[in-house]
Structure formats: structure tokens, C-alpha cells
Design a protein around this ligand. Structure first.
Ligand SMILES: [Zn+2]
Ligand SMILES: [Zn+2]
Length: 288
């Protein structure tokens, strides 16, 4: 079976019960994010921005999403691992969980079995599925069925089981270096902002925005979401061309991750880069 062919597998997203640990951790992080606003300094702000780029930009957009889930380009093993480590710093779960969930999303987009479709409610798609959905983020064995290519690597299995440990280590480091303000900005506010930015791809970009391609799901291109998600807001382009490393398909569709991949390719670090062309009109929708 090809790693992205999931049609034979049942959906693990069926049970609905409150995930108390997740809910309590998220509540504490949100309280910390509000508290951060009272401890502003440019130094703390800069650390938060840098860590946001590292965790959500390198870790999620370049790593978990475009590299690990869709294999839209290749990098040396050490960078493959480094991007995954950055991804874990978002508290969005380990790489096997994230990749499995996202492959199921593409397989069943906005159909029964989609882990997070706004057709089940906007808040469900945004964060309800995290708080009330089946919690499988530590069920490495089950999720590995959906990401066998990652489960081959002991490092990914370890990181999936212990995905929260890099963040705890970073929290200790920040507290040692800058006390509470650095902890609140570099962890609480940065993680909360990153979570909502990523969750907006599941909620907002399946509801609001334009559709260049007449895909079978509700995906949209939402320019303002693309601005702070490293280009992930060009979500209709992405659903039409999931294996393309390039999501913003024209010069005015700002896609910071695509620019980064081009730099990595220029440096000889990224190879086998797949890119949909701006005029790839496979299923282009005619203007109504
Ligand atoms: Zn989607
Ligand atoms: Zn995707």
C-alpha cells in the first residue's frame, strides 16, 4: 500500500468524549498567553517571533505538512529530523499523529470521516475535534498505519510518544535565561498563537475565501491566513495539488515556505522539489 493510500483503513475519529488533559493544558497556556501581554518587552517579543518561525514555519509548514505528510520535496535525513523536532515545539502532537491525521483529512475532506470539517461545525473544525475528539496522539501503533513511512524510523516513534518533551526542555531553558516573561512569550503566547493559526487552516480556509480550483471539498484560498501561516492559507490550491511544495501559485500569492524551499533548493539542500505551475488548470473553476 502506498503510504498515502488510506482508503482501506477505518477512520480512528469516531468516539467523542472530553479530553481532560489536553483541555487543562490548553487552558493553562491560554491563561499564560493573556498574562504575557502584561510583561511585554521587545526582547520577549523577538524570541516569540523567532520561535514561531522555527516551530510553525519550519516545523509545521515545511516539516510536518509539506515534507512529512505530502513528501513534496526531499532533504537530508538530519534536516528531516530537525524539522520534525521543530514541529513538536508547537504542541500539535508528534509527527506520526500529525501526518496520519492530515492524510485522513485529505482522503476524506469534508466527507464523513474527516477529523476536522466545518460541515460538523466551525468550532468543531477549529478546536472541538482536539478537545472532544478521539485522542490518538499517543497511540503510535494505530496512527502508524496511516504513516508507515515515518513509523519505520525509531526517532519518529520516540518523538511521537514523547512529543511534549522538547517543549518542556525549551520552557526550562527560556525560564533560566529570562525568567517568567520569556517563558510566557516564548511558550504560552507563541504556542497559543501557533495553534490558532494552524487550526484556522482547518476552520477558516474551509469556509471563507476564493476557490481557484473546483475541488470536491470546501477548501478556499484565504490571503490573510496565508500571511501568518507561511503560505498555508492557499488551501484550495493545496487541495487541488497536494503534492506540490508550492502553495501560492502566482507572484501575488505570498508563500513564505515556498520561498524558503527555493532557497534550500538553490543551496543544494532540497531536491526532488515538486511544484504545481501557476497555469495548472486541471480542474480550474470558471468564474461564475
Ligand atoms: Zn483542508
Ligand atoms: Zn495537506
Amino acid at each position: 500500500m502506498h503510504p498515502t493510500d488510506l482508503s482501506m483503513l477505518p477512520s480512528p475519529y469516531q468516539l467523542q468524549k472530553m479530553n481532560w488533559i489536553t483541555t487543562v493544558v490548553l487552558a493553562i497556556l491560554h491563561a499564560g498567553a493573556v498574562a504575557a501581554l502584561f510583561t511585554f518587552s521587545w526582547r520577549a517579543f523577538a524570541v516569540a517571533v523567532f520561535l514561531y518561525w522555527m516551530a510553525t514555519g519550519l516545523g509545521i509548514s515545511l516539516g510536518y505538512h509539506r515534507l512529512h505528510t505530502h513528501r513534496s520535496y526531499k532533504v537530508p535525513r538530519w534536516l528531516d529530523y530537525f524539522f520534525a523536532l521543530c514541529g513538536a515545539l508547537t504542541l500539535e502532537g508528534g509527527p506520526i499523529f500529525w501526518v496520519a491525521t492530515h492524510r485522513i483529512h485529505h482522503q476524506k475532506s469534508d466527507q464523513p470521516g474527516d477529523p476536522h470539517s466545518p460541515r460538523d461545525g466551525a468550532w468543531w473544525a477549529h478546536c472541538g475535534w482536539i478537545l472532544f475528539g478521539e485522542t490518538n496522539h499517543n497511540n503510535t501503533r494505530l496512527m502508524s498505519k496511516y504513516a508507515p513511512d515515518l513509523a519505520k524510523h525509531r526517532f519518529y516513534v520516540w518523538l511521537n510518544n514523547w512529543h511534549w518533551t522538547p517543549l518542556v526542555a525549551l520552557a526550562g531553558l527560556l525560564y533560566a535565561l529570562g525568567g517568567l516573561p520569556l517563558l510566557l512569550w516564548g511558550i504560552c503566547l507563541r504556542v497559543v498563537f501557533g495553534l490558532h493559526a494552524t487550526w484556522m487552516i482547518n476552520s477558516i480556509t474551509h469556509m471563507y475565501g476564493s476557490r481557484r480550483f473546483n475541488t470536491r471539498d470546501d477548501s478556499r484560498n484565504t490571503w490573510w491566513v496565508a500571511l501568518f501561516t507561511f503560505g498555508e492559507g492557499w488551501h484550495n490550491n493545496h487541495h487541488a495539488h497536494p503534492t506540490s511544495a508550492r502553495h501560492g501559485l502566482t507572484w501575488y500569492e505570498f508563500d513564505l515556505s515556498w520561498i524558503t524551499i527555493k532557497v534550500l533548493r538553490f543551496l543544494g539542500v532540497a531536491r526532488s522539489v515538486q511544484a504545481a505551475r501557476p497555469d495548472s488548470v486541471l480542474v480550474e473553476q470558471k468564474a461564475a
